[in-house]
Ligand binder design. Structure first.
Ligand SMILES: O=C(O)CCC(=O)C(=O)O
Ligand SMILES: [Fe+2]
Length: 359
């Protein structure tokens, strides 16, 4: 049977790949650059090693990174993620709970409302994460964020993952936000998520849960001593800068690439963005994310065992969706080596890992 790309049921973007045939003329990497998300179904009863081989055969120019820790028992090149537990009942996978409070993930109209304003203030004042903040592209707090990633469903446990089209997210922004987005540089501070021991900055709640759950199965809450995210970052605390709107190095299309949790604020080339105060700039970033994930631009994928979703981080926003962790969810997460085209393109048009003039 011939390889076919068909719309993903219920989604306004992405494609399902049916009957992949290695002799097909369809190049899956090109399809990924065109559609952002590719879904493969029915990969059941397959070992993690076999899955790694299948993925590498489908995407021969995208080698997988072999993680150092938390691999499946048979050692395939991936991380186990979810709510699996050992015999003592302790979580033993990379368990990161999704926030279940505050502004919700989805909104039909994308309007700024009281829930969002309250959630923003709870975040700024107390680092309280809200559900909406689950939307992200991966590793934006790194100088060279992940280019492509994938999730495979070993056991669904009734869980979902959300995806949104970051290209439409940019194209369809209202004019005022679009103009602002085009100017904006994201200042990411990894310590917001992970903490910085030397500077006495603790990790945010969900990360502390993850670290502690993997160690002991218990939950420890934490809060930053001097709390507020309204102060400028500590001068010794590393930050990275990327453009909010980025050009795809292969297709030259523009899209949004950002996340909210590690975002210190939006800035301009020479300091603040149009003189906007840090918290107001954060609010604008949240408004952009809300618009970008509204209505049919977002899609919640209900996992079935044997599903594999591969996505281009430059074209897709995604999010964890809260689920009942008393269910067993087991996902395998695959990360591909960084696409060298990103660094090459950056030489021509700097958009990532920017060095800003001191302000
Ligand atoms: O657990 C999920 O549904 C999504 C996890 C995620 O954000 C990722 O794998 O990058
Ligand atoms: Fe992610």
């Amino acid at each position: 049977m011939q390889t076919r790309l068909v719309p993903i049921e219920g989604a306004g973007f992405g494609r399902e790949v049916r009957h992949w045939d290695p002799t097909s003329e369809i190049e899956l990497r090109d399809a990924l650059h065109e559609h952002g998300v590719l879904l493969f179904r029915g990969l059941t009863e397959i070992s993690s090693v076999e899955l790694g081989q299948r993925v590498e055969a489908m995407f021969p120019s995208m080698p997988l990174v072999r993680p150092k820790r938390n691999l499946p028992p048979d050692g395939g090149p991936m991380n186990v993620l979810g709510s699996t537990r050992n015999e003592a009942g302790e979580f033993n996978a990379d368990y990161v709970p999704a926030a279940t409070v505050g502004a919700p993930l989805l909104s039909a109209d994308g309007q700024w409302d009281e829930d969002l304003e309250n959630s923003l203030m709870n975040w700024v004042r107390g680092k309280e994460e809200c559900t909406f903040m689950e939307w992200h592209t991966d590793a934006t707090f790194n100088p060279w964020p992940t280019s492509y990633a994938a999730l495979y469903c070993r056991q669904a446990g009734g869980s979902h993952t959300g995806y949104a089209c970051a290209r439409r997210g940019f194209q369809d922004l209202p004019d005022d936000l679009k103009a602002l987005a085009e100017q904006a540089i994201c200042r990411f501070r990894p310590s917001i998520i992970y903490g910085n021991r030397e500077l006495g900055i603790p990790a945010i709640g969900s990360r502390a849960v993850q670290l502690d759950a993997v160690k002991s199965g218990n939950y420890v809450d934490s809060s930053e001593e001097d709390g507020s995210l309204e102060k400028p970052p500590h001068p010794d605390d590393p930050v990275v800068h990327h453009r909010l709107v980025q050009t795809h190095p292969h297709t030259r299309e523009r899209s949004l690439r950002f996340s909210l949790k590690a975002l210190e604020t939006l800035v301009g080339r020479h300091g603040s963005l149009d003189g906007i105060a840090p918290t107001d700039a954060k609010r604008l970033a949240w408004q952009i994310m809300r618009q970008a994930t509204r209505g049919e631009r977002a899609y919640l994928h209900e996992w079935r065992e044997g599903d594999l979703i591969v996505w281009d981080e430059r074209l897709t926003q995604h999010c964890r969706v809260p689920y009942d962790a008393t269910n067993v969810r087991e996902m395998w997460r695959l990360v591909f080596e960084h696409d060298p085209a990103e660094q090459e393109f950056n030489e021509i048009e700097p958009q990532q890992n920017l060095t800003l003039a001191a302000n």
